[in-house]
Design a protein around this ligand. Structure first.
Ligand SMILES: C[S@@+](CC[C@H](N)C(=O)[O-])C[C@H]1O[C@@H](n2cnc3c(N)ncnc32)[C@H](O)[C@@H]1O
Length: 237
């Protein structure tokens, strides 16, 4: 899966950013090609801050940070943010446009062990925003196991937001043309599925969490965000 997605992101709207709007367009945080509204983005950030119950003492590890749009907001609420992404141009854009004193950006594949990039600052909270669609259930298990490995003791909190919700996919594929396109992607086994990626069942995430000794709270995105995505909060008390 990684290779298909790496090729996708290396080529997706890969143009130098000059404005904040360009940053939204670069990472596909758009509706019909235009950046999502300021209200929607702020609501999404507030939701993340609340779900993670962020405090100034927290060290957050952020997977698939893109160009740092979310990372730089987290930086206002957490003590430190270790942000990572595998797309060179997005990490470069993050370093240029989303630089903050308490954020570091790393070129890194989310499937690798975290030890490669973390130092004495040990993350206690983990976030993957709008990216789980890029991974298979086996990938997710590997990612969570690697996170648990750096957080052996004490509370463990891993939030995944913006997950395409299989039970509501027809709110997204809401025209015959869209459904036809999706069917074609499925028939040819397309991994990237026009950038939408994999639709997840809540039960898959719950079962995976249980296997790893975690509790999963999976729920639709709050009102004001999309009507076809969900969030999952994995926790160990
Ligand atoms: C839709 S963007 C979301 C970016 C950011 N989280 C946000 O909400 O603005 C998905 C990101 O996932 C990254 N990504 C996908 N697969 C990855 C992998 N295996 N390792 C690291 N990053 C990955 C892409 O490069 C892209 O930046």
């Amino acid at each position: 899966m990684t290779e298909a997605w790496k090729a996708f992101w290396d080529n997706y709207r890969n143009q130098e950013a000059r404005t904040d709007d360009d940053l939204f367009i670069q990472v596909g945080r758009t509706v019909q090609g235009r950046p999502i509204s300021h209200e929607e983005f702020s609501l999404g950030v507030r939701h993340v801050v609340e779900m993670l119950a962020l405090e100034q003492t927290d060290v957050v590890f952020e997977y698939c940070c893109g160009n740092g749009l979310v990372s730089r907001e987290l930086a206002r609420h957490a003590g430190f943010v270790i942000a990572s992404d595998f797309a060179d141009h997005l990490v470069a854009a993050a370093r240029q446009w989303s630089r903050r004193p308490n954020v570091t950006y790393h070129l890194w594949n989310a499937l690798e062990p975290l030890d490669e990039i973390i130092d004495e600052r040990r993350p206690n909270k983990f976030l993957m925003a709008y990216a789980l669609a890029h991974f298979s259930p086996d990938d997710l298990e590997r990612i969570v196991r690697n996170a648990i490995a750096v957080r052996r003791d004490g509370p463990f909190t891993f939030l995944l937001t913006g997950i395409p919700d299989d039970s509501r996919m027809f709110s997204f594929y809401d025209t015959a043309e869209r459904r036809q396109r999706f069917a074609e992607n499925q028939a040819k086994g397309s991994v990237t599925n026009d950038g939408m990626g994999r639709w997840w069942k809540a039960a898959e995430i719950v079962a995976l969490a249980e296997r790893l000794g975690l509790h999963a709270d999976v729920r639709p995105e709050p009102a004001g965000l999309t009507h076809y995505r969900m969030d999952a909060l994995l926790r160990r008390a």
